[in-house]
Design a protein. Structure first.
Length: 286
């Protein structure tokens, strides 16, 4: 799998254009967390997505537009119905390939997201609050995943416990079985972040990632990972390929960054900076 994905990722046809590499839309951000969706979009961009946009509240977008260069923006205003309409039309008219929801998530977007998930059936990556908002409504989540087989969740252990209502073991062997069970029971691909990040498919397949180090234990690296996975899905790779290769590249970029910056000196944007080098290293190995 890795060989084929890396070769295709780096072997772009001469006659291609940005629309050939997908459009990632990130729904997230709040007044105190404008950096989270921004880091997510950088992860998607550095992984090769052709277009990347952020949808958020007006005040968040106003702050972000002072920082973004390559990223497009979408302001969400009005009542829930109006925001759902604007998002749905943007997804359709702007040929959005994948929705990444959750980085810096504002609780006011919860109902908007739930409504969008009911009517839009493109691939989706649900991070942090976007996934845990279903913790008290798992039947609704299952009804969505039964129709959309391309949903990914990217929680850390605490978020996974909040979503599932289950106590997740600290013992890797027990945690592995729990993660596999949750992915199967709720019909989605589950990326459980942490030491030995686990990727569980609803069909029972499991991948344990071995890249990464303690330098990744800093705010924002999970947002970058959600963007990396979304960026790969946007380019036409399967959910399974995107999650497994995504966590590997993200972890490797973290390792490379920690050599240059040191583990305590690393910040999330350093991981973004080293994604191209991680891809290059993988290419040399295949």
């Amino acid at each position: 799998m890795f060989r084929n994905v890396i070769k295709k990722l780096t072997n772009r046809p001469t006659e291609s254009n940005k629309y050939d590499y997908g459009h990632v839309l990130v729904l997230g951000g709040s007044p105190g967390m404008v950096g989270a969706p921004f880091l997510c979009t950088l992860g998607a961009s550095r992984t090769g997505a052709g277009l990347v946009s952020i949808a958020s509240a007006v005040d968040v977008i106003d702050k972000l537009e002072k920082r973004v260069l390559e990223i497009m923006t979408l302001r969400l205003a009005g009542d829930i119905a109006e925001q759902v309409r604007v998002l749905s039309e943007f997804i359709s008219n702007r040929r959005v390939s994948v929705l990444v929801a959750g980085p810096g998530f504002d609780p006011s977007h919860v109902e908007v997201l739930k409504q969008v998930l009911k009517i839009i059936e493109i691939p989706m990556v649900l991070d942090a609050g976007a996934l845990t908002c279903y913790g008290d409504d798992l039947d609704s989540f299952k009804s969505i995943t039964s129709k959309n087989l391309q949903i990914v969740g990217t929680p850390h252990l605490g978020e996974l416990q909040k979503f599932s209502g289950r106590e997740i073991s600290g013992v890797i062997k027990e945690r592995t079985e729990q993660v596999k069970s949750i992915a199967h029971d709720y019909g989605f691909t589950l990326v459980c972040k942490g030491v030995d990040t686990l990727v569980a498919s609803p069909n029972g397949e499991l991948y344990r990632n071995e890249t990464g180090d303690s330098g990744l234990a800093t705010a924002g690296t999970g947002d970058v990972l959600a963007g990396v996975i979304g960026g790969l899905i946007a380019q036409g790779f399967s959910v399974e390929e995107s999650c497994q290769v995504g966590v590997y590249l993200h972890g490797l970029a973290g390792e490379l960054a920690s050599v240059e910056k040191t583990q305590p000196g690393m910040i999330a944007s350093d991981v973004v900076e080293f994604i191209p080098k991680a891809i290059k290293n993988c290419l040399n190995e295949v």
